[in-house]
Design a protein around this ligand. Sequence first.
Ligand code: ADP
Ligand code: MG
Ligand code: MG
Length: 908
Amino acid sequence: MPKTKRVYTFGNKQAEGNGKMRELLGGKGANLAEMNLIGIPVPPGFTITTEVCAEYYTLGKEGVVKLIKPEVEAAMKGVEQIMNMKFGDSANPLLVSVRSGARASMPGMMDTILNLGLNDEVVEGLAKKMNNPRFAWDSYRRFVQMYGDVVMDMKPQSKEDEDPFEEIIDAVKKEKGVKLDTDLTTDDLKELVKRFKAAVKKVTGKDFPTDPWEQLWGAVCAVFSSWMNERAILYRKLNNIPAEWGTAVNVQSMVFGNMGETSATGVAFTRDAATGEDIFNGEYLVNAQGEDVVAGIRTPQEITIEGSRRWAELQGISESERATKYPSLEEVMPAAFTELNEIQQHLEEYFKDMQDIEFTIQSGKLWMLQTRSGKRTGAAMVKIAMDMLAEGMIDAKTAVLRVEPAKLDELLHPVFDSAALKKAIIISKGLPASPGAATGQIVFFADDAEKWAAEGKKTILVRIETSPEDLKGMTLSEGILTARGGMTSHAAVVARGMGKCCVSGAGDLVIDYKNRTITVGTKTYKEGDWISLNGSTGVIYEGKVATKDAEVSGDFAKLMELADEFAHLKVRANADTPRDAKTAFRFGAQGIGLCRTEHMFFEGDRIKAVREMILADDEEGRRKALAKLLPMQRGDFEGLFETMNGHPVTVRLLDPPLHEFVPHFEKEMRDMAAEMKVSYEVIKNKVDALAESNPMLGHRGCRLGNTYPEITEMQTRAIIEAALNIKKKGIDVHVEIMVPLVGTHRELRAQKAVIDAVAQEVFAEHNMIIDYAVGTMIEIPRAAVTANQIAEVADFFSFGTNDLTQMTFGYSRDDVAKFLPIYLEKGILKYDPFQIIDVNGVGQLVREAVFKGRSVKPQLKCGICGEHGGEPTSVEFCHYAGLNYVSCSPYRVPIARLAAAHAALKQQ
Ligand code: ADP
Ligand code: MG
Ligand code: MG
């Protein structure tokens, strides 16, 4: 058996791995290898594979170290040779970083340790060799801090606790009377290291490790451990990343951005991650290291002059102040900038996607530390895909596949109404970190955002800056506002990834966590006050600002057209009113797959007639009430058919239990009694009699039409008359009448007989006919299993996967909240089957029904009309199951169209 290779080296334009090996090397490791192979300057190092992560979880620290030691030692030798330095040597020390790197990028989720290999002797050697003691001690204090936090568990566990190291830094700064970290002297830094180590000893009872190899093994295993930390677990959950994947560990020779005024570190995007514009942009800091840029402690500066000017304008900073205090990298280090600019173009052309890059400049020399496909907003995703298609960089299929269907959601929600915006009162302005319109109540803590969201409140999370601990609260708020941090700050990057509106770095805001207030000039806003954020301009408004509907136009419309060319599935919408139908149409629906007639019963004072019908003593009484409903229903259908202009419309006959329509409160019952001229008791008794112990399995669906055929008669008459009236106007109508909740073919036969008889009657009256289809929902397992019998009567099947899921699992949709979250947590269920179709169970029934149905009627039209119709993985299933269409809520139509194209393209 060949020996398993656990360590892959890279450096000096060579690499044992490459960019295609993401699964084994993680995204970061694979791209570090690939960058070497294409000649980009990358500090040498090696990657310990993701497989070792799994081994770590079975073998533990000692076992895994034993396993990888020989390969790691050999790889370290290679790095030493390239760098001409020695790990652990005090005269000529090699320092390394230890970096996590999963298959899918999880920015900031796991831990990185820099400057590893330092101890009291090595630091002196480094100082001497570099002739820069301040730099050596700055590196050392950073190392002790990171190692203490990550490996020795010094990180505070709750939000009230301060980071013990930050507390020490603050104390020393105060004693020395300085404001910035960069103002600390070498002696101050020595003092920091001393106090840091004492703190470690005090809290953990352990000495800070001095042996570089011991440090290395501690760090490597801490990275593996961080795969299972709370924020990584949450991030995986939010992004559907399996826990089995594991993380790789990258050990890489350090390059130093903290060596003084000719050194710097930064992050950049090859295109604008918020809007998608083809503009190189990013941020950097002189004399800084690692995450300084995104930490929000010092104000990062823009990389390009253009970006810098834009930023200054937004901040209200004059050009002269900008040029002296916040110059761009382009101005400060023109040579390094030129090289960086060339490399970013090279990387984008090479990877054929927008890249998110990290770099460090050591004494004027540029090093690349990371490249990956950049996270972006839905809008940017669409624009970049369509631009790259136009540039000829990618083909149409790739462009369509580049856009994640679920991301379109961001483009479908309302935007601020421009008239309302003009009138709105401006609080302040920050950076347009992630576009969108958000309105909500101010909260200051992530867990409050969670709590308020659970109470159904809309919140804006306001923070000085965010950290990975705030992730959950960020997902549950409408928008995020920070006082500190730039376009690449944690808040900005994460918000863009989530498609959440974010305004960052609003420096005028004075945020007081203790009193829970924001002060801007003379005005103060409290927790619970309403504010609105415009993530596209960075402007913050008082109160609620009105919004208007989104539109499918420009690049988005072009993308949708392309998607339709590739898709096999048609997309219809679930729409009950002409208004919904118009929205669906705007979003490209090719018909209505589900019109729930009962929703029409609640409009205006129709409910009175409905109640009269339900509470009537006999058929005659019911018919009298139904006669009142007939013209109203007919009017609704006319509106719908006219709007859909010849596209198919599936109308479902009355479905819910009648009890849902009757009054439940005494006052309403008394009103009803007066209206119907009977006593209160009569009504009360009727209502009580209608109650069922299990209404979802009770007197509903076609059981209503089969026990009270006059309901089906009235509805059929309304549908057919409406169709004829619209046809008379010269507008095409394509109507499909759908019988719900069929379990045996006889139920459908009986209803079809009623429908056909009424249709013939109406045709005779109007002396005119129209084509109509009669089909059924397949939502009871028995119907799926006996689909061959049902297909003999049905012109079409529509899978009602909400009920079908409920009945197949035996989970009541209304009570599922009691146990579903626990099932998900325990892994008994991998996902919520009401959101994502259960392919192995419910999906099997769908497949069987399609197969059996078409064995009788080969051309049987099949569709799906449950919530699943707009969920991308379920749409993919529908494609493979051979359905003709999916039907979903109007706002999900574009998502379903794109998902349908993806399914077809992936099958090719
Ligand atoms: P993340 O996955 O959170 O981005 P990284 O492993 O990329 O974490 O490390 C964070 C930052 O640390 C990098 O962006 C870079 O600035 C710095 N860094 C990592 N390794 C090195 C190195 N070998 N030399 C210099 N800086 C490094
Ligand atoms: Mg990184
Ligand atoms: Mg149903």
